[in-house]
Design a protein around this ligand. Structure first.
Ligand code: ATP
Length: 357
């Protein structure tokens, strides 16, 4: 089932939680709504579900307008952060619940329910746990039961709100990989809310980056990570170094260094900020070109095969960090306090207008 969101806005009193959201989600995709706290992710999920009404705009499933349809008529399955399992019911009864409460004419026979629940228990790798109560399960197991329960009624769309938010880091990682695999098996269009960049980059087909009730960028994990369209996305998705300088006719000037910025050919002496990821910052011992910036090594530390080098730019006194391999570090033989040159291998230059949302 595909989802179309058209010009959706939502206010809570005078506070605008969503502003003119437009989004198309193709059938069978696993999509992450990613953004900081308060950016509107949950509100958008609830509007799609029909738990919250939009003030403006429409929600369509497969092109059919469901803006005014009640949540019960949208056939969506939910999984929330706090496993809302029924404590007094076994795992089997929890998963069967949605089928058992159906009207008599839509209700499967007890044997069909049993078959379905057993099939789902296998799918979520909990066969053998049917007779346990929620209190006898780990947090990760409870979330898997919650997912099986959501899938039991064969929803057309699955909505997950920070499904792994209450779990510790290791279980989170296991479960998100598991969700990816499960999604590859069942192919149900799914949207999950997260504020964890790694989680979104790791499992989603598409990431919707949200900021202050708006969509900042939509794309595949590679697109949003490698080609952020705004300073916000750059900052939010991973570490980044900021270089403050000026643009002049396609050149970004940083003290004595000049870097090509062909996308800004028409800028004349304009204030600008260059964004450079730590792994795009090369360290050189000699000045071989005009695009290098003199810096001093302040601190180095290794994490597994990667070494982080903290440096101070001599002309601006700004601090930057480079990420290089251990081999490269050994070859360079860097010492704390010595002077080197940093060369941005890839830089994205933003002008003040880019910072306004
Ligand atoms: P988080 O990651 O913290 O859950 P979020 O991105 O999911 O954040 P939302 O829960 O969608 O953000 O909230 C967006 C904004 O709308 C917040 O500032 C929040 O305080 C406000 N908001 C949400 N629900 C209501 C409500 N029922 N009444 C008033 N304000 C609300």
């Amino acid at each position: 089932m595909s989802i179309q969101i058209r010009n959706v806005s939502k206010n809570f009193g005078t506070f605008q939680a969503l502003t003119d959201i437009n989004l198309d989600i193709a059938d069978g995709k696993l999509v992450a709504l990613l953004g900081p706290s308060g950016s509107g992710k949950t509100t958008l999920l609830r509007v799609i579900a029909g738990l919250e009404a939009a003030d403006k705009g429409s929600i369509l499933f497969d092109g059919k307008d469901l803006t005014d349809a009640h949540v019960s008529n949208r056939e969506v399955g939910f999984v929330f952060q706090h496993y809302a399992l029924f404590k007094h019911m076994t795992v089997f009864e929890n998963i069967a619940f949605g089928l058992k409460v159906r009207k008599r004419r839509d209700r499967p026979s007890p044997s069909a329910i049993k078959e379905k629940v057993n099939e789902l228990l296998k799918l979520v790798k909990l066969d053998g746990f049917a007779g346990r109560y929620p209190a006898q399960l780990s947090g990760g197991q409870r979330q898997r039961v919650a997912l099986a329960r959501a899938l039991a009624v064969q929803p057309r769309i699955l909505l997950l709100d920070e499904p792994f938010g209450a779990l510790d880091a290791k279980v989170r990682k296991e479960l998100r990989r598991w969700l990816r695999k499960l999604h590859d098996e069942v192919h149900i269009t799914s949207i999950f809310v997260t504020h964890d960049q790694e989680e979104a980059l790791d499992v989603a087909d598409q990431i919707v980056v949200m900021n202050q009730g708006r969509i900042e960028q939509l794309g595949t994990p590679d697109e949003v990570y490698d080609h952020p369209q705004s300073p916000f996305v750059y900052d939010f998705l991973g570490n980044v170094n900021l270089f403050r300088g000026r643009l002049n006719h396609g050149r970004f000037v940083l003290g004595s260094a000049q870097i090509e910025a062909p996308e800004h050919l028409h800028a004349v002496d304009t204030e600008a900020v260059g964004y450079v990821r730590p792994h795009h910052l090369a360290i050189e011992r000699e000045k071989k070109s005009g695009d290098v910036i003199p810096a001093k090594v302040i601190y180095t530390h290794a994490v597994g095969p990667v070494v982080y080098i903290e440096m101070k730019i001599l002309e601006s006194e700004e601090f930057v960090e480079a990420e290089i391999s251990k081999n490269e570090f050994k070859e360079l033989g860097l010492l704390i306090g010595e002077e080197v040159y940093v060369r941005p291998k890839e830089v994205r230059v933003f002008v003040p207008e880019d910072f306004v949302i």
